[in-house]
Design a protein around this ligand. Structure first.
Ligand code: SF4
Ligand code: SF4
Length: 340
């Protein structure tokens, strides 16, 4: 109970507390499955990439050995590791309407990932990309070992985050400024043709400098959530920008929300979810970690815009009927887009 002697600050704080307590919690009826489903998709993509890498290595060794080892087909999916070639080929295709001769799968995969960002926000980063998966497990390992991750102070976070956009702008500038003839000349030159083998050799013949850079990224990723993705990845920056056009977003229903703040605490991108009604940010990866921890029924979802319902039927359930995307549907759409 408040007494006359209580200070104004204490009164406001107490009133706020009482106001918050008044909001009833309607617990979720069905347990959220987003994280097991997402982790299953992540592991499937890591496994796919390991298989692609092994088959590609065996294909390369066949030629390096002068045909003495067993021949394996070159897996086209390996072109997914050539994002710049993918964007170059995409421009070539859009301008000439001809499928490029070198690394055509890079173009198809770049288009697929851009479409997935348009449909389902930046799911590429938190559901598909093996680098994103490794980053996630590194910060989770760090949290297990040290019981916490470290947050970069805001004055440093914003300039560091802009690095990935600067890198993205640099690569986009190259692709946009080169003529299609110059792009074609680059891709059919010896370096362009064996860009995939050069990538393989980077890892096979990695030097001290490369190891030091990779080691530093691994260590930093243990301490800081998604260090590479958050600050440095230009491909993720591009997916993030495209994802701002997506109608699907994390959306909070202010009436169902009990303002517990668990969603914001769980967000690896440090987004203030509990203060917003929708997450427009290019930093949101649709990981659904926030949805997984939310205790209130229909308070938080990955969804299309809510329905306009008449006030007598204005329950949260009515607003989100057929608008909320279940994780199984996200996985199915990604599988469909990818296989298509
Ligand atoms: S807002 Fe939710 S879905 Fe987006 S990054 Fe944060 S936790 Fe993941
Ligand atoms: S987790 Fe976030 S959206 Fe869910 S009830 Fe708490 S504050 Fe509201």
């Amino acid at each position: 109970m408040l007494t006359r002697a209580a200070s104004p600050v204490a009164v406001v704080a107490a009133e706020r507390g009482q106001a918050k307590q008044k909001k009833p919690l309607v617990r979720r009826l069905v347990q959220d499955r987003s994280q097991p489903v997402r982790h299953a998709v992540q592991f499937a993509f890591v496994a796919l990439n390991v298989w692609l890498a092994l088959e590609f290595l065996l294909w390369a060794r066949y030629f390096e050995s002068g045909g003495r080892t067993r021949y394996f087909e070159r897996p086209a999916g390996v072109d997914g590791w050539l994002p710049i070639a993918g964007l170059m080929n995409l421009k070539y295709f859009l301008v000439t309407h001809q499928v490029p001769a070198i690394h055509p799968a890079a173009m198809v995969l770049a288009a697929v990932f851009l479409i997935s960002s348009l449909l389902l926000k930046k799911t590429f980063c938190s559901w598909l990309c093996p680098v994103g998966t490794v980053s996630e497990y590194l910060w989770k390992l760090g949290r297990k070992l040290f019981r916490r991750n470290f947050t970069v102070p805001r004055w440093l976070d914003i300039p560091l985050r802009s690095l990935k956009y600067i890198l993205m702008a640099f690569f986009i500038y190259i692709v946009v400024s080169l003529s299609v003839e110059a792009l074609n000349d680059f891709l059919v030159a010896p370096f362009g043709i064996i860009a995939d083998v050069k990538m393989l050799n980077f890892f096979r013949e990695i030097g001290i400098t490369g190891l030091a850079v990779l080691g530093s990224l691994v260590v930093l990723s243990v301490f800081i959530q998604n260090f590479w993705c958050r600050f440095l990845c230009p491909y993720g920056a591009l997916m993030g920008l495209v994802s701002t056009l997506s109608p699907v977003r994390i959306r909070r229903d202010a009436q169902a929300c009990i303002d517990c703040g668990k969603c914001s605490k769980a967000c690896p991108s440090s987004l203030p979810i509990d203060r917003l009604v929708q997450i427009r940010s290019a930093e949101c990866t649709s990981c659904m970690e926030c949805v997984a921890v939310c205790p209130a029924e229909n308070a938080l979802q990955l969804a299309l815009p809510p329905r306009r319902v008449p006030s007598e039927a204005g329950t949260a359930a009515a607003r989100w009927r057929n608008r909320s995307l279940q994780p199984q549907l996200v996985a199915a759409v990604l599988a469909l887009v990818f296989s298509g």
